[in-house]
Design a protein around this ligand. Structure first.
Ligand SMILES: C[S@@+](CC[C@H](N)C(=O)[O-])C[C@H]1O[C@@H](n2cnc3c(N)ncnc32)[C@H](O)[C@@H]1O
Length: 267
């Protein structure tokens, strides 16, 4: 088994920004880019998932449950809901907070002791390798069970950093068909989701301005030292610039698709 994950970015969203969900959410076009509206967008997304759980679903497994908000919602709906995550911080927090079965592992390593009526992957499908995901979902899902996904995928024309995260959409859909999954519902939420990137970009820019203001006097008084520190941190700075490119909503919309999908297992 691989080393447990400790995703600091996810901790930042939860512990610093106070977000209950770790997904993009669904924004209204005219929403101002505020943390309050991001939380409302995330609630709208949660409602989309909850409202589309088929009536004959009683048992669920959420793979990559994050802070456990959707898991809690499913328990409150009276479902026999279990959750899974390989992240050590999420495991510690969730096992204290929620008294229902939690599995501390990656989905591709999970050995189910039963077959669920529904498997949910909310912005967590992208982490499971494509050559394992279909066989692993089938192991966890009863015949005619449901697989709900809401996540972003890459389009065929995606390039650079935009091509790096997310499965290729066309390939994923083709493999889903070949593996006997019938598509029951789909809703493209790319435009409504990507406003979260505008929000994050704004936040990063404000953070940079803050650092500029705080370090202004030092940079003015010690130009040589400033250049030396810049050189020492050059790799980190390159990475930061790359991550800022990932927050470009226009590039995201050109290279990715954020979509809700509900599949039914055929056999
Ligand atoms: C972006 S967060 C989404 C969290 C939550 N589902 C939500 O919508 O707020 C991704 C989640 O997937 C988990 N994850 C990462 N790799 C995974 C894997 N191989 N199998 C299952 N979960 C994984 C992360 O620890 C995290 O809980």
């Amino acid at each position: 088994m691989k080393k447990p994950k400790n995703d600091r970015a996810l901790r930042f969203y939860n512990e610093v920004l106070g977000l209950e969900h770790l997904h993009y959410g669904i924004w209204n076009d005219d929403d101002e880019l505020t943390i309050a509206n991001l939380k409302l967008a995330q609630k709208r997304y949660e409602d989309l998932l909850a409202d589309n759980i088929p009536a004959d679903v009683k048992t669920t497994l959420e793979s990559g449950c994050g802070t456990g908000a959707m898991w809690t919602r499913m328990l409150a709906m009276g479902l026999d809901a279990e959750a899974l995550s390989p992240d050590v911080n999420q495991m510690e927090m969730l096992t204290k907070k929620i008294k229902a079965p939690f599995h501390f592992c990656r989905f591709e390593d999970f050995e189910p002791s039963k077959q669920y009526d529904m498997v949910l992957m909310s912005e967590s499908c992208q982490y499971v390798p494509l050559d394992q995901i279909f066989s692993r979902v089938k192991r966890s899902l009863r015949s005619k069970g449901y697989w709900m996904i809401c996540d972003y995928f890459t389009l065929d024309n995606a390039e650079g950093v935009m091509a790096k995260s997310g499965h290729n959409f066309n390939k994923f859909m083709q493999l889903a068909r070949e593996n006997g999954f019938e598509l029951l519902k789909e809703r493209d939420i790319t435009r409504e989701a990507t406003r979260t990137l505008d929000f994050a970009r704004d936040l990063v820019r404000k953070g940079r301005t803050g650092v500029d203001i705080i370090t202004e006097k030092f940079r003015h008084d010690h130009p040589l030292m400033t250049r030396f520190v810049g050189w020492l941190l050059r790799k980190k700075i390159r990475k930061l610039n790359e991550s800022e490119e990932l927050l470009d909503s226009k590039k995201f919309m050109a290279g990715k698709k954020y979509i809700f999908l509900l599949f039914q297992r055929g056999d």
